[in-house]
Design a protein around this ligand. Sequence first.
Ligand SMILES: Cc1cc2nc3c(=O)[nH]c(=O)nc-3n(C[C@H](O)[C@H](O)[C@H](O)COP(=O)(O)O)c2cc1C
Length: 479
Amino acid sequence: MSRYFKYKKSVQLADDASRLGLAVELLPDLSPLLEPFDVDGRKVGNRLAVQPMEGCDAEPDGKPGPLTIRRFERFGGGGAKLIWGEACAVVPEGRANPRQLLINDANAASLGAIVQTCRETHRGECGDDDDLIVGLQLTHSGRYSFARPILAQHDPLLDPRTVVDKATGTKAGPDFPLISDDELLRLQDTFVAAADLAYRIGFDFVDLKQCHRYLLNELLSARTRPGRFGGSFENRTRFVREVAGRIREAHPGKIVATRMNVFDGAPYQVGPDGAGEPCPFASPVQSTWGTRANDPREPDLDEPIALIGLLRKLGVGLVNVTLGNPYASPHLLRPFEYPPPDGYETPEHPLIGVDRHFRLTAQIQSAFPDLAVVGSGYSWLQVFAFEAGAANVAAGRATFMGVGRGSLSQPDFGVRIASGEPLDPKRLCRTFSYCTALMRSKHNELGQFATGCPPFDKAVYGPIWDEAKRPSDQDFDRK
Ligand SMILES: Cc1cc2nc3c(=O)[nH]c(=O)nc-3n(C[C@H](O)[C@H](O)[C@H](O)COP(=O)(O)O)c2cc1C
């Protein structure tokens, strides 16, 4: 069986899925995606979500740049009723790249313009924006902060690939200091203040980002960390519980959300044939979250489910389920046709990766049937993504389907589905990883290229791609 996407008809895809023993179902009737849903008292007009898709195009001070505004214009006019705004750092030292958004008083007005832009274009295309919600993903990049890695724990799997001194290439050893409890306490205040600001400037929800091995995700697995934020489940989840509780207490009517890894999995490396293989590990693995200690290739959702239960009681009403690490296990996070430049060929049929997303999301949804749960990992399915989303929503395996890479190539998918117009076959994301390649390109005067979809949004990103692919020593800098 070919591992490449070659499906002209849904029956062919369904055949491969059943041959692989997977439960990927397709429903040609897309109407379940057009049903409204109430999230914490806010009506959301359909089940289509735009996933957070960072464009690495902010100004150096963290204000949105022209391409950031353009992206939100396109998302707003696209017809999805849930727009999950991208990663926005809460402190400068927590930015993942020098062009990541940054929330603070000085940037507040221009960040607020993102929401206004979104709403205006949405009204223009859809008539009404009462049932549109727009959120902002509040983040600290932790180990993947570009200026200097900031570690919550020592991780025997990730430390050997975490460069703490770019000049010498030194990796994080046992002596490299962890972020202190006092710094984390201050950071909690910063998250609360950032949420306050985000609501004030018009965002309908804030996301406490606990995924992709950034800081709040790493804290969840900080079993070997001493002090009040490490060790026990209670300590490891303290940061996010306290922050969520404080935000909700200060803003009882507002939606508090979280994008959470429910399965970190093992880091992968390039194997002898170019395909990814899990890095060697010694059992039990203590440094991962949602992952079986004696086999980190397998999920274990007990702790993620327990945490979501606690967060729910604290008022978190919207959960976006995701997996993996963009630097160390990209195939888990976004099943792909061709790998990003710092990646490896897919170690599994991408349908297996899609199915993993669907199964784990379904497990979370079945543990919390009334919770608004967004599923991820759809784009590899190309045109069939929406039939899969309809099947998942209709069967109660997810509340919303989230579209990531596909929303860069064809942001107007929601308008098309609502009007019964087919998707444009010429702008379907093919998961060739151009967008990730641009994200990994750092060799310009800003230290970061903007990202988008070079093949299908060519007028804007074609020239950026041409510039980025010019040979350079630092081409496709590996973090
Ligand atoms: C260029 C790019 C930017 C992304 N930015 C973010 C981000 O800001 N926050 C986040 O949680 N995930 C981010 N992701 C991950 C996506 O939201 C999504 O989970 C992933 O692409 C898988 O979904 P898909 O198969 O629909 O693309 C990004 C992915 C890509 C390729």
